[in-house]
Structure formats: C-alpha cells, structure tokens
Design a protein around this ligand. Structure first.
Ligand code: SF4
Length: 68
C-alpha cells in the first residue's frame, strides 16, 4: 500500500509541529511545511505520517492513496 503525503499550504501555519514530531519527514522552509518524502510505502511509514497529521494544528497534512 502506498500513500501520498502532501501539505495544504493555504492551511499550514508553519508552526513546525510536524518537524518536531518527525524531522526525517518534514521541514519548515520560508514559514511553510515541506514534505521530504511524498510517497510513503508500508504500514509503519504511513502510520507514522498519520500520527503527525493528527497533531497538525491546522489539519494541513493530507494523506491520499497513491496508485501503484
Ligand atoms: S504541523 Fe501542520 S501547520 Fe505546522 S508546519 Fe507542519 S503542516 Fe504546517
């Protein structure tokens, strides 16, 4: 299973909660979050991203199914 991780830049407040939780997957550049790996594969990687998405204060992190 593959999921695409994106950030809704209009919603992102750039506060960096995602970076604090998972610096391997996110960084903040010019006040907006950036995804370092946009296609995630495997339950563990997807679950880790979902955990961060749930903590994003503006619900800007989006996970959508990626066609194989
Ligand atoms: S936690 Fe959410 S609002 Fe904060 S920088 Fe990351 S994506 Fe943007």
């Amino acid at each position: 299973m593959k999921m695409r991780l994106t950030i809704d830049l209009k919603a992102c407040a750039g506060a960096g909660t995602c970076v604090a939780m998972n610096p391997q997957l996110f960084r903040v550049e010019d006040g907006k979050g950036v995804v370092l790996q946009d296609v995630l594969e495997g339950e563990e990687a997807i679950q880790a991203a979902m955990d961060v998405a749930e903590c994003c204060p503006t619900e800007a992190l989006l996970l959508t199914p990626e066609a194989a």
